[in-house]
Design a protein around this ligand. Structure first.
Ligand code: AMP
Length: 204
């Protein structure tokens, strides 16, 4: 995770001063890699709800205990828990100059709760980048990640469930941001560098 340097977000050429961004896409689309890279370039924190939830589960916090069952099954964690987690994180001082959200919002309700929280802070979301990736590549990437990172929810049957959940939840979410002029769908199938430059382009 990269924090602001010298108290200022690093507005990389091409990002047009945009520093409050969410990256959406199916499991295994490369959201984490791209969000981390973008956050590093902008000098703002990378906020991944999947990572925060796995930390909470590992630490055995009450929130982690409530989230664990849904995560293991490849289901979504209840919106109110995600909202609690995100609200805590975006209120930390390092997120004052911006953030790159990864894997959140995942439902229309989460988008509404996020909007409400950000509007209280007077810092609305500026762009929502949607990574478009074919299903075959998702299956391949999650299988590779399972071998490397030992994520139990990268098991083939659970990935299938996570994809089903994604396909159910994402159309209304995309429509919500499209109607607000924030949605930027990009091709997530190229090399890391190519996708990273498309992500930057989407911020202009
Ligand atoms: P990820 O690392 O983003 O693939 O998330 C791993 C798992 O954490 C998901 O399959 C969900 O069970 C849970 N999760 C992560 N982010 C969210 C979210 N925004 N809403 C609900 N569940 C989430």
């Amino acid at each position: 995770m990269t924090g602001p340097r010298d108290g200022h977000a690093v507005h990389e050429e091409g990002s047009a001063g945009v520093s409050q961004v969410a990256i959406l896409g199916p499991p295994g689309a490369g959201k984490g890699t791209q969000a981390r890279r973008l956050a590093g370039r902008l000098g703002v924190p990378h906020i991944a709800t999947g990572v925060l939830l796995r930390q909470a589960v590992e630490a055995g916090t009450p929130l982690g205990l409530q989230a664990r069952h849904s995560m293991d099954a490849g289901e979504l964690v209840p919106d109110r828990l995600v909202d609690e987690l995100v609200q805590q994180r975006i209120r930390r001082p390092d997120a004052e100059l911006g953030f790159v959200l990864d894997g959140v919002p995942r439902t229309l309700r989460q988008a509404e709760l996020l909007d409400a929280a950000l509007s209280t802070l007077g810092r609305p979301l500026q762009r929502v980048v949607l990574l478009d990736v074919r299903q075959a590549q998702i299956v391949e990437r999650t299988a590779r990640r399972r071998a490397l990172a030992h994520r139990p929810d990268d098991r083939a049957d659970i990935v299938a469930n996570r994809l089903r959940v994604y396909h159910d939840e994402s159309p209304p979410l995309a429509q919500y941001y499209r109607s607000r002029g924030l949605l930027r769908p990009i091709d997530g199938m190229g090399t890391l560098d190519k996708v990273a430059s498309s992500v930057l382009e989407a911020l202009t």
